[in-house]
Ligand binder design. Structure first.
Ligand code: FSX
Ligand code: SF4
Ligand code: F3S
Length: 371
């Protein structure tokens, strides 16, 4: 048995590795004891060949993966797989790079994982993105043939992303609009969370099959829930405390960002749980509304400030009346929670409480126009 302080790979001790396996196990929704099986599978099947293509994109997906503040995730990913071709990272260029691509394709036919970053332009035979004299369309079709599975990373590769926004001058689309006969696991996000990519690869290595996917081809373990369900601002949403303007006291207090256009109630992703860069940050935690970057019909298609349609954004009368103007006089968040629970119990006993309409005095001038 290996000791905790031994290294799994450069810069990652066995203890770190087992901790990562445990957190991936939790993320996959598996019983904790399964982390040993995951660790074994990774060690046994280490270094599956991965070919990583870049098309129309900003490379933010690779950047986010490589710049996680704690080195474990990127180191693990890079050590777990044999990254045979990646235009941003590989040392070789020109014919040398093309040779690596060709050699890996031939040696690992039917077995390699094809990762795609960026959208694929289809208009005018795809001439708007070319690498080594070949269009993205040609490269994708050619490399998809020998792939065991394809992982489009980022919203561009998954659904077309910003390039596909009307008038979509290059006819940009996502991988699944072109490739129909291969297993495809979309990991959308602009950029996506590196943990979602790591967990998908680990799942594939362990179980030799795709995780359960939703209708948009995303793994359910990472995209099965709306970020709104686990958002730390959710108590403010439930209590009707909304930030009304960037930088004003409602924003500074950390109130819910719904009225600034937060798309959390319509966005399926794990940001509010998994967060980014091992420092616990994610857009909403630093004061920016979610822009729905994992959703093909929201990202860059609905204006950032537009409010999503939601059932009852104004809380029912199951909460204490709390607003900024009464600050210091009204109930504090704890009291609100207790009252909420008490009211919930009353509701459970069959009592019907009338829905309370917001008073004008509870809202900023801008809000009066909106409502
Ligand atoms: Fe797209 Fe990824 Fe957004 Fe950027 O490559 S998903 S524009 S973060 O980098 O493809
Ligand atoms: Fe969080 Fe946005 Fe939902 Fe408010 S609307 S609770 S900020 S996800
Ligand atoms: Fe994207 Fe919204 Fe998460 S913008 S990163 S899905 S908080």
């Amino acid at each position: 048995m290996k000791k905790d302080e031994e290294y799994f790979c450069a810069g990652v001790t066995r203890r770190d590795f087992m901790k990562t396996c445990a957190s991936v196990t939790a993320m996959l929704g598996l019983p904790l004891a399964m982390h040993v099986k995951l660790a074994e599978a990774v060690e046994t099947n280490k270094n599956p060949a991965v070919i990583w293509l870049h098309f129309q994109e900003c490379t933010g997906c690779s950047e986010s993966l490589l710049r996680s503040s704690h080195p474990t995730i990127s180191t693990l990913i890079l050590d777990m797989i044999s990254l045979d071709y990646h235009e941003t990272l590989m040392a070789g260029s020109g014919h040398q790079a093309e040779k690596s691509l060709h050699d890996s394709m031939t040696a690992n036919k039917g077995k390699y994982i094809l990762v795609v970053e960026g959208a694929i332009p289809t208009k005018d035979n795809g001439i708007y993105c070319k690498v080594a004299g070949k269009t993205s369309l040609e490269s994708l079709r050619h490399l998809a043939e020998g792939a065991a599975a394809i992982i489009p990373v980022g919203t561009c590769a998954s659904y077309g992303g910003i390039q596909s926004v009307a008038p979509n001058p290059t006819g940009a689309v996502g991988v699944r609009d072109i490739i129909k006969d291969k297993p495809i696991i979309n990991i959308p996000g602009c950029p996506p969370n590196p943990h979602s990519f790591l967990s998908t690869v680990m799942y594939f290595l362990t179980f030799k099959k795709l995780p359960d996917l939703d209708a948009l081809g995303r793994p359910m373990f990472a995209y099965g829930r709306k970020i709104h369900e686990h958002c730390e601002r959710r108590p403010h949403f439930d209590a009707g405390r909304f930030a009304l303007k960037y930088g004003d006291p409602t924003h500074a207090e950390g109130y819910c960002l719904y009225k600034l256009g937060c798309k959390g109630p319509e966005t399926f992703a794990n940001c509010s749980v998994q967060r980014f860069n091992d420092v616990g940050a994610w857009p909403v935690s630093i004061g920016h509304p979610c822009i729905g970057c994992t959703e093909p019909d929201i990202l860059f298609k609905k204006p950032i400030s537009e409010k999503v349609q939601i059932h009852m954004p104004t809380p029912p009368d199951t909460y204490a009346n709390v607003n900024l103007k009464d600050k210091g006089k009204g109930a504090d968040p704890l009291t609100t929670g207790v009252l909420g629970l008490a009211a919930g119990a009353a509701l459970g006993a069959g009592a019907m409480l009338a829905k309370k309409l917001p008073k004008d005095s509870d809202m900023g001038d801008e809000e009066k126009k909106d409502e």
